[in-house]
Design a protein around this ligand. Structure first.
Ligand code: NAP
Length: 332
């Protein structure tokens, strides 16, 4: 299998256009985790040529980064491009935005320790913090880059204006927005910006939290603290619409390309621009369909047919906004 790659400014190694997302591996908001399966899926990804591993301190309050660190021990570190994040803090199980230089200085050391490494390949601001000027955040991140703790810088959930502010102070290599064939707000502004400035977009939720993997039905239930219990797409009346759209997309993919809806969803992200699809898998078998995403392309006619199917079934579309963490409350 030939895995497609893309150059990311500041990184010496070309990056695979599928990245392994490890939010669910942290357990929190995904109904728990299994460390053995998690380590196995990370190594499976790396052995298959997927070198990008996306994590964050907030995923399981350190648990995801720790598991990634364990998986990369024993000779795997050199195979991996580690993308992690910064600037969310947590208290009593709740996360808040904090992009202050002091927070970032503190967090980077915790992250390096958890990941068992002395450098981070791609360091991304997880969410913009309205309480801290973006230029201040970018300046401290640029210092970390010059100190060698970080190779390249990225942002996540930023608008073009916010990326402009960042780029006035520090080199910006990537952005990480939500993007899949049901959630495509970034077509309007972020994706054209990415193209114009030679960035790369790491599309998160490429499988729409599992919907586009094709196994979720109207009766599928989610356990524990799984965020899909609160996701409006997974609740009545929208669940039926989205599940019906996925079924129709699966028929379309099989009839036209001899592929599943999962491969179609990943390919859709890859054929939209300078993108990488983040695929959240938490056990090795979930990566079985990896190679089906490569070696073919969607053209304009296929994009239009997909749009028509989505419009036919999803009458009441909704985005991923429910996931946005709040800003800090300042003492009065
Ligand atoms: P996702 O990739 O759209 O979906 C993940 C879920 O899809 C998995 O938990 C799994 O569900 C299901 N799945 C995966 N492969 C499957 C297969 N072969 N068959 C059946 N089901 C399969 O969602 P995501 O994890 O939210 O997003 C991906 C990554 O993007 C995250 O891990 C994280 O790294 C990143 N992310 C970033 C942000 C941000 O603010 N920057 C926000 C969200 C996500 P089950 O668990 O039910 O098996």
């Amino acid at each position: 299998m030939t895995i497609e790659t893309i150059e990311v400014e500041g990184l010496a190694t070309p990056v695979s256009r599928i990245g392994l997302g490890t939010w669910a591996i942290g357990g929190w908001m995904w109904g728990g985790t299994d460390e053995k399966d998690s380590i196995a899926v990370i190594r499976r990804a790396l052995d298959s040529g997927v070198n990008l591993i996306d994590t964050a301190p907030a995923y399981g309050f350190g648990a995801s980064e720790e598991i990634v660190g364990k998986a990369l021990a024993d000779g795997y570190r050199h195979k991996a491009v580690i993308a992690t994040k910064v600037a969310l803090e947590w208290q009593d199980g709740k996360v808040f935005r904090n992009s202050s230089p002091a927070r970032i200085r503190h967090e980077v050391e915790d992250t390096l320790r958890r990941l068992r490494t002395d450098y981070i390949d791609l360091y991304q601001v997880h969410w913009p913090d309205p309480l801290v000027p973006i230029e201040e955040t970018a300046a401290v991140l640029n210092d970390l880059r010059k100190e060698g703790k970080v190779r390249a810088l990225g942002v996540s959930n930023f608008s073009p204006a916010q990326m402009d502010a960042f780029r006035r102070v520090a080199p910006l290599s990537t952005t990480q927005p939500p993007y899949n064939l049901f959630e495509r707000d970034i077509d309007r502004d972020v994706l054209p910006y990415v193209k114009q400035h030679g960035l790369v977009a790491l599309a998160y939720g490429a499988l729409c939290r599992g919907l586009l993997a094709g196994r979720i039905g109207v009766a599928t239930s989610f356990e524990g603290d799984d965020l899909r219990q609160h996701d409006p797409k997974f609740r009545a009346p929208r669940r039926e619409q989205y599940v019906a759209a996925v079924k129709a997309l699966d028929v379309f993919a099989r009839d036209n390309f001899d592929k599943s809806v999962l491969a179609l969803a990943v390919r859709w992200v890859l054929d939209r621009g300078r993108t990488i699809a983040l695929w959240g898998a938490r056990r090795p078998s979930q990566l079985d369909g990896l190679e089906a995403a490569f070696g073919w392309r969607l053209d304009d006619k296929a994009f239009a047919q997909i749009d028509a199917i989505v419009a036919q079934f999803v009458k009441d579309p909704v985005g991923p906004e429910f996931m946005a963490p709040p800003q800090r409350l300042l003492a009065a």
